[in-house]
Design a protein around this ligand. Sequence first.
Ligand SMILES: [Zn+2]
Length: 60
Amino acid sequence: MRCPCGCAERLEMMLLREVKPRWDVSVDSHGHVSLSPSVWVREGCRSHFWIRSGKIVWCD
Ligand SMILES: [Zn+2]
């Protein structure tokens, strides 16, 4: 996925199944994806956000 802040950073956490940290992905009955825990971009824009029911929820 692309970083939702618009910086065009490519985030590859979905592919990192063999390493930590890893994310738990759930899909609700509407097909909306939620990720746990939150995503923190440690380089570049340093975005920190949750994905809840397919929507980006920003952390301060
Ligand atoms: Zn970004």
